[in-house]
Design a binder for this molecule. Structure first.
Ligand SMILES: Cc1cc2nc3c(=O)[nH]c(=O)nc-3n(C[C@H](O)[C@H](O)[C@H](O)COP(=O)(O)O)c2cc1C
Length: 313
């Protein structure tokens, strides 16, 4: 499929196939892998602005980056414009060129705090957050959903508000909060956002194959696509879409991610963290039942590597 360059607030990206922010998954090592395989931009998982401002180390550690990320993008969440601007101006976000604001997360903990997708219900506050964050001098982008419920879509109105408040790009996940991650993607709503603004619009939701990406482009006219779960199960999806030659080597990917993470994280943390990623790759892989169980319960990376060898070697 022919991919196109993308301009985000003056930063030129070679392509328009993006890796989504994924809590618990998109660490710097996984992001580096997806960038190598053809993604043009990746985001950290969402980090709490309050956590950053209270100097919570567990929050700050999510913001590690690698030299593979030529353009660095972090995703933040919160609902206090002053705190969010302070976070954008803080040392924690200094390495990042682009700050994406999460206005789509459906989880009750955020929603009941007025964060994530709750901001779809308060457009003036969403605008204030974007314009304050913009004052930090950072390029600001926004990721949001079509609405809180399917019967009350706000996509086009929200897209216009984001642009008016200073956002340089928006990503629309074509589902309402009430659908979480399942159900049909509403291509018409993403198209409505595209028709409402002049900044780049990225379509997100349900892209697992090049055909899915082509469908998103043709039904919405979007400027780029963002892939989340499709990348967790098959990071090669970026090569498949961009037609970048590749040799499939899941063991190599797992070993690379483990080795990269071990450079800064303790061994036990890496082993526990990698269980989820390994589980994504194990889906549908035949045989090695005991080794699979071992991978998913490993406390050391040596043990995990031995078990990975058995299954994928
Ligand atoms: C495990 C998981 C973690 C996620 N974490 C984030 C996050 O940190 N920030 C965000 O904006 N969206 C997050 N999302 C939503 C995805 O970025 C994406 O919008 C959604 O999964 C739809 O895309 P997909 O159909 O390609 O998976 C998460 C989704 C999943 C499944």
């Amino acid at each position: 499929m022919e991919t196109k360059p993308l301009n985000v607030g003056g930063i030129g990206l070679k392509g328009n196939i993006l890796l989504a922010p994924l809590a618990g998954f998109t660490d710097y090592a996984f992001r580096g892998i997806c960038l190598d395989l053809g993604a043009s931009l990746s985001f950290t998982e969402m980090v709490s602005c309050k956590g950053l401002m209270y100097k919570n180390e567990n929050t700050a550690i999510l913001l590690k980056t690698s030299p593979a990320e030529k353009v660095k993008a972090a995703q933040i969440f919160g609902n206090d414009p002053a705190i969010m601007r302070a976070a954008c101006e803080s040392e924690y976000l200094a390495p990042f060129d682009i700050i994406d604001i999460n206005m789509g997360c459906p989880v009750p903990k955020l929603f009941s705090n007025g964060e994530g997708s709750a901001l779809l219900l308060d457009i003036p506050l969403a605008e204030k957050i974007i314009s304050e964050c913009r004052k930090s001098g950072k390029i600001i982008t926004v990721k949001f959903r079509t609405g809180v419920t399917a019967d009350k879509p706000v996509t086009a109105e929200f897209a216009r508000a984001c642009e008016g408040a200073g956002a340089s790009m928006i990503t629309v996940h074509g589902r309402p909060r009430s659908a979480y991650y399942s159900g049909e993607v509403n291509f018409k709503e993403i198209a409505a956002a595209k028709n409402a603004v002049n900044i780049p619009v990225i379509g997100n939701g349900g892209i697992f194959t090049p055909e899915d990406a082509a469908r998103m482009f043709s039904l919405t006219g979007c400027d780029g696509v963002m892939i989340a779960r499709g990348a967790l199960h098959n990071p090669y999806v970026f090569s498949e879409i961009t037609e970048k030659p590749f040799v499939k080597d899941i063991k190599g990917l797992l070993f690379r991610q483990i080795n990269e993470l071990k450079k800064i994280y303790p061994d036990g943390w890496v082993a526990r963290n990698m269980r989820k990623q390994a589980a994504c790759y194990l889906k549908g892989v035949k045989g090695g039942k005991q080794a699979k169980v071992r991978i998913l319960s490993c406390d050391t990376t040596d043990g995990m590597k031995a078990a990975i060898d058995e299954v994928f070697g």
